[in-house]
Design a protein around this ligand. Structure first.
Ligand SMILES: [Fe+2]
Ligand SMILES: [Fe+2]
Length: 428
């Protein structure tokens, strides 16, 4: 679809905003502009994502140098309201566009949460890099996000062309990771992006691919894992949004619906013609990613499976999955800091829920367990990592408060119990 079709929609949206500022709601001029905007959106046929990053405006993955007059006033109003992201679904109708524009005209600062339009902030955490670097990274990320969204929508509708596109997208992601860590930046920075389903899928894909590369798996396996990671939560489509975004503890009945998403995802993927030849790992990972290395998770199988029955890709992706979930703001809790998320990964690794070696490699990849990091040990003492053993990063050499150097890889040594916050954190 040509870029001009998207431009026509933005012009029409700008016109709706102008009309509504001139005329009262419900007047012929406003209704007509809304109808035109809706028609242009239907012609575009895809979601529209607008992002404001400082002085930069990004539509989809395109940075707009000179915002056309026809929608400049609308974009300026959105920025003045402090909104950093706007996502409009492809099937947003005229009444939904009108309802949202109404909030912009009345200078409503609260994020808008409609069923087809969502606005919000990106909650950028750190701005250490020059803005241009971050803009470039976010622009690249948003391009992949739009692709991921389309691929996952195709797969949700059981279209086999989604498999071909999924492979193309993950190959591009893995190729980008091979030349630098730019894709890591938005994952670190954007803690409250509007669409958790797709950002989570993309983040887990990027983090799992990076972990698979760090483990020196073959290029083919890295791509296969990346694709499985992208599709790991496809079964959440079957869980009502109110349950996924529920604020507070869930009743057991509702929790059961969440626990069904791995089997729903596997079934959905198996229904796609050609999935097994395209990537046999897709249904396996969708089914196993919450089972846990010790099989304490879900779905429960009738009898405990023999050890090593879970595919290693499921265990690898589970580490990235847990980490990304902890690092993202959810309706029911704040995003955890890197140190807190790392602490949970370590405890889960030590308890057997997560695969120890994958957690180790992941924390090394994120540079969390480097020399200089302060830690609390399981015997209550505090210390600082002075050196990590190659291959055993979870059991480093730690200098304690009495000046002793303790080798945590020695038998009956304490373990790391907590990773302490560090103001110089640069974990990803
Ligand atoms: Fe999941
Ligand atoms: Fe997940």
């Amino acid at each position: 679809m040509g870029q001009d079709v998207l431009d026509y929609f933005l012009h029409a949206l700008g016109a709706l905003f102008r009309m509504r500022r001139i005329y009262p709601p419900g007047t012929k001029q406003v209704l007509q502009s809304a109808r035109q905007a809706s028609q242009k959106l239907t012609a575009w046929g895809r979601p529209v994502r607008i992002t404001f990053l400082g002085n930069d405006t990004i539509v989809e993955d395109r940075r707009i140098e000179n915002i056309p007059m026809s929608y400049r006033a609308l974009f300026q109003s959105l920025q003045q309201l402090g909104l950093e992201s706007v996502q409009i679904e492809a099937d947003a109708r005229e009444d939904e566009l009108t309802a949202w524009i109404e909030t912009v005209v009345s200078k409503e600062r609260l994020p808008y949460r409609g069923s087809k339009i969502v606005t919000g902030s990106l909650k950028l955490e750190r701005r250490a890099e020059p803005r241009s670097v971050l803009t470039r990274a976010v622009t690249g990320y948003l391009g992949f996000l739009a692709e991921a969204q389309e691929v996952l929508s195709d797969l949700e509708s059981r279209k086999s062309e989604g498999l071909v596109r999924a492979r193309e997208v993950v190959c591009a992601i893995v190729a980008r990771l091979a030349v630098g860590r730019e894709l890591f930046e938005p994952i670190r920075e954007m803690k409250n992006f509007d669409d958790y389903t797709f950002t989570h899928a993309l983040n887990v894909c990027v983090l799992s691919s990076a972990l698979a590369r760090a483990l020196r798996l073959s290029d083919e396996m890295v791509n296969t894992i990346a694709m499985a990671a992208l599709c790991h939560d496809l079964g959440k489509k079957e869980v009502p949004k109110e349950i996924l975004n529920h604020n507070g503890p869930l009743e057991p009945k509702k929790w059961l619906l969440i626990e069904r998403h791995p089997s729903c995802g596997a079934r959905l993927l198996l229904d796609i013609p050609g999935v097994e030849s395209a990537n046999p790992l897709l249904p396996v990972v969708a089914y196993q990613h919450h089972m846990g290395a010790d099989q304490s998770g879900y779905p429960k199988v009738q009898r405990h499976l023999p050890q090593h029955t879970l595919h290693f890709a499921s265990l690898l992706i589970a580490v990235a999955d847990v980490y990304d979930a902890l690092r993202t703001i959810r309706p029911y809790r704040q995003a955890l800091t890197v140190a807190k998320a790392a602490t949970i990964l370590i405890r889960d690794a030590l308890s057997g829920k997560l695969h120890k070696e994958y957690v180790s490699s992941f924390l090394l990849l994120l540079n969390v367990l480097a020399a200089g990091r302060r830690v609390v040990l399981s015997d209550g003492s505090c210390g600082m990592i002075v050196e990590t053993h190659t291959g055993y990063p979870l059991c480093p050499m730690v200098g304690d408060e009495h000046g002793r150097i303790r080798d945590l890889s020695a038998p009956s040594s304490p373990t790391i119990w907590e990773v302490v916050e560090d103001s110089t954190d640069d974990p990803q």
